[in-house]
Design a protein around this ligand. Structure first.
Ligand SMILES: [Fe+2]
Length: 321
């Protein structure tokens, strides 16, 4: 509106000052009667103000629409278009619309390239995760299942699409550090000794070291490093407690526990659904975040078929590494 008033006042002054001068001259020299001067001044003032209003509107209105247009572009609404005009601003409008359409096209291309690069990264990390899972027939598909359940839990917790993507990547890569564990321990078919358990537990920090240089995985480092922290602070490697454990790590921990309970391992057969739920219940508030466990229950409920099936007898699970 600043421009509007600037133009209005400028034009009004340009029209009114000469009128006032002419009127004053006429009155001074008595060449015209007073009523005629008043009449002429009234017409002059009215015409001047009308002219000023019209010109100010004509100049200010396009500027306002250009300002709105620039704001839309700044807010990421690429492709926004100005109304076509039939006056001298038409060329400027055409140029700005062309610029907007070009930015929209560049943005779409950038997004396509970003998606493509990300898909390539994801393929790579899936291949890495599969290389760990494939070493052991018992853990085949474990990382993918943990990733899927982590995303489902994240949805129940109302996470954003970006955070859900982090849940997926975190789930896929949570055990990447097992690449650095010797096979005699990693593939051992019997219970690990205390010393072997110490070695096995290094996989969390080792995994963090492996992905640390990869910038686009920076947000999932905690899922890799902290997925064995316990809610009560007795986990590893950092002995984090409660909310100090990053949410993504708490989610992956819950999904990891569920998959460990419901998968057949050398030291256990898969628990039936109801028994595995009881395990989660027991671990809630000790090992696992109660809020995350509640979200996991809701996610699992949505997976359940409506027709109930007879379940196998329960076998107690052992703590996974
Ligand atoms: Fe692990």
């Amino acid at each position: 509106m600043k421009v509007f008033w600037l133009v209005f006042v400028g034009v009004a002054l340009a029209a009114l000052v000469p009128t006032a001068v002419v009127a004053a001259t006429a009155l001074t020299f008595g060449t015209t009667s007073l009523p005629a001067v008043v009449m002429a001044c009234t017409i002059g003032v009215a015409s001047g103000l009308a002219l000023a209003w019209g010109l100010a509107t004509k100049v200010a209105r396009p500027l306002e629409s250009f300002n709105d247009f620039a704001l839309q572009i700044a807010r990421g609404k690429f492709g926004a278009q100005l109304d076509d005009r039939s006056d001298e601003l038409q060329e400027l409008v055409k140029t700005l619309n062309y610029m907007s359409a070009s930015i929209e096209a560049y943005d779409a291309e950038t997004q396509r390239l970003t998606d493509s690069v990300e898909a390539g990264y994801l393929d790579t990390i899936v291949a890495l995760a599969n290389s760990i899972d494939s070493k052991d027939a018992y853990t085949r598909g474990h990382s993918q299942r943990v990733a899927e359940l982590s995303v489902e839990i994240g949805k129940e917790l109302g996470l954003s699409p970006e955070e859900l993507k982090e849940c997926r990547y975190g789930g896929i890569l949570h055990d990447i550090g097992k690449i650095g564990i010797v096979e005699s321990i990693l593939l051992k078919q019997t219970r690990l000794t205390d010393d072997e358990m110490v070695v096995m537990r290094t996989h969390a920090a080792l995994g963090d070291e492996i992905i640390r240089p990869v910038r686009f995985l920076s947000k999932i480092r905690s899922a890799v490093r902290n997925h064995h922290e316990w809610w009560n602070g007795t986990g590893y490697p950092d002995k984090l407690k409660g909310d100090a454990i990053p949410l993504i790590a708490r989610i992956v921990a819950c999904a990891d526990t569920w998959d460990a309970c419901t998968s057949t391992r050398p030291y256990q057969v898969a628990l039936p659904h109801a028994e595995a739920l009881k395990v989660l219940e027991r671990l809630e508030g000790q090992h696992l975040d109660p809020t995350v466990v509640a979200a996991c229950r809701r996610a699992l409920e949505k997976r359940r078929p409506r027709v109930s099936r007879p379940e196998l007898p329960a076998v107690a699970p052992e703590k996974s590494a």
